[in-house]
Design a binder for this molecule. Structure first.
Ligand SMILES: [Zn+2]
Length: 148
């Protein structure tokens, strides 16, 4: 079985406040999210597990065959992954600096804003100057005097 902690992806659904792992663990079998399930909620065998949300979604499609994970397995996997990143943080920082620079570069947006500002300055003012009012018709052509 393979599960990974996915980046925060919205997928159009509201996030559950149940756990910090909600909608972050992606099933390696089918790609759906893992969700928390409470087994034996009314007995002494009560246990919180995480399983693929496609496992019992409906009866018309085949069930996902990936097995469940315990909360402890997920916590350990998260801590292991976090410690791996911390141990190799210099490499991660070097790899991410160009991305941070790229995401922080607003030159193209500033150029577009300037172009749009210049275009907007060339447009006639509409609001508050009565330009939307029907022009006065004069003469037999029916056209405003300025258009004749
Ligand atoms: Zn699955």
């Amino acid at each position: 079985m393979q599960a990974e902690i996915a980046r925060n992806r919205a997928r159009g659904k509201a996030r559950s406040a149940f756990s910090c792992f909600s909608e972050r663990i992606v099933c390696g079998g089918c790609g759906d999210f893992f969700g928390p399930k409470l087994w034996n909620s009314n007995s002494k065998y009560r246990r919180l597990v995480w399983q693929c949300n496609s496992k019992y979604r409906d009866r018309t499609t085949p069930k996902c065959q990936v097995t469940h994970l315990t909360e402890e397995q997920i916590q350990k996997a998260f801590v292991d992954a976090y410690n791996q990143i911390i141990a190799d943080r210099e490499r991660y920082i070097l790899a991410l600096e160009p991305v941070i620079g790229m995401l922080s570069d607003t030159a193209a947006l500033e150029e577009e804003a300037q172009t749009l500002g210049e275009r907007a300055a060339g447009l006639p003012a509409i609001a508050g100057h009565g330009s939307c009012q029907r022009p006065a018709r004069t003469g037999s052509t029916g056209l405003p005097a300025t258009l004749r």
